[in-house]
Design a protein around this ligand. Structure first.
Ligand code: G3H
Ligand code: 13P
Ligand code: ZN
Length: 316
């Protein structure tokens, strides 16, 4: 059942974080839904601009609708990840999305406000909520690379001003993470001081953490042992998910970790079976492994086991 992102946030706020997982194909969708049901967790499916053009945006929508039919117990929202203004409008007008993210975080504050406000007005007219971003994460997004020195943490005073001026429904904050597999050098920790200050100024307002993959060492080691050369990778400490959730982080974005599961499964499969050329056997293993991964993450986010209570609170 597709619900609004706002409904998921209302149930989760301050107690647990909803996992927001990117999908690009049917295998990811099957693993995601399977893992969510196995762990009895609500979730957010997010679609990036790149995912929408990988095959065709209509293909992804059809896959998600079909997965919803195959797993009728699932409760989830559909979200545009890192949208520009035009893509936000396309998703708002499609009638399929529960929420969109407008990412104008690379623009100066006033321009970010101006663009975000325009998207909020269009989205709210259709009952769709908007995630915006303030501050700059390091790392690589689809077509933007932020060098480490240029990344900057969200300023709590600016965050409050930004939310007031734009009317956005949730805010992606830069608290030390970055996209991709190379997040930290040396000691790794989220900036809980920044989160605490933001929550004090805006109690009850949902915050979003991007770049939340944990980049498990054993996963990377297995990839490298089967032909990969991923060096110096590091991710977020999974034990910091729940403390962040208690400070108002209601949505935690995980994409890279899923790509690592895919890479490990396929590298190991073809290493061990060099004469194999059927993609279905490794595809099947991937679906099962991704489901296991999703369930394990939902436990760490605190969203596992919340489905029954959420259903009751939605009156379904
Ligand atoms: O933050 C970006 C997400 O991981 C999506 O990545 O733009 O390559 O689909 P993508
Ligand atoms: P990761 O690269 O850490 O998985 O972050 C994903 C993300 O923030 C999607 O918006
Ligand atoms: Zn992101």
């Amino acid at each position: 059942m597709i619900v609004t992102t706002a409904q998921l946030f209302k149930h989760a706020y301050g107690k647990y974080a909803v996992g927001a997982y990117n999908i690009n194909n049917a295998e990811q969708a099957m693993g995601l839904f399977r893992g969510a049901i196995d762990s009895q967790a609500p979730f957010i499916i997010q679609i990036s601009k790149g995912a929408r053009s990988y095959t065709d945006k209509r293909m992804l929508e059809a896959i998600i609708r079909a997965a919803g039919d195959i797993f009728p117990e699932a409760i989830f929202a559909v979200h545009l990840d890192h949208g520009d203004e035009a893509t936000c409008y396309d998703c708002i007008d499609s009638g399929f999305f529960s929420s969109v993210m407008i990412d104008a975080s690379h623009d100066p504050f006033d321009k970010n406000v101006e663009i975000t406000k325009r998207v909020v007005d269009r989205a709210h007219a259709k009952g769709i909520s908007v995630e915006a971003e303030l501050g700059m994460l390091g790392g690589v997004e689809e077509d933007i690379k932020v060098e480490e020195g240029n990344a900057c943490l969200t300023d709590p005073v600016e965050a409050e001003d930004f939310v007031k001026k734009t009317g956005c429904d949730s805010l992606a904050c830069a608290i030390g993470t970055s996209h991709g597999a190379f997040k930290f050098k040396g000691r790794q920790s989220l900036h809980f001081d920044v989160l605490t200050k933001i929550q004090t100024r805006m109690p009850g307002f949902p915050l979003v953490m991007h770049g939340s993959s944990s980049v498990p060492k054993d996963e990377v080691d297995r990839i490298n042992a089967s032909g990969g050369t991923i060096k110096d990778s590091m991710g977020v400490d999974v034990n910091e998910y729940l403390p962040a959730a208690k400070l108002g982080v209601t949505k935690i974005n995980i994409d890279t970790d899923g790509r690592l599961v895919w890479t490990r499964v396929h590298r190991e499969f073809f290493r061990d079976k060099p004469s194999e050329f059927d993609f279905r056997p490794p595809g099947k293993i991937f679906i099962a492994e991704y489901a296991k991964f999703i369930a394990s993450r939902n436990k760490l986010l605190g969203s596992a086991g919340q489905l029954a209570d959420l259903r009751k609170s939605l009156g379904k």
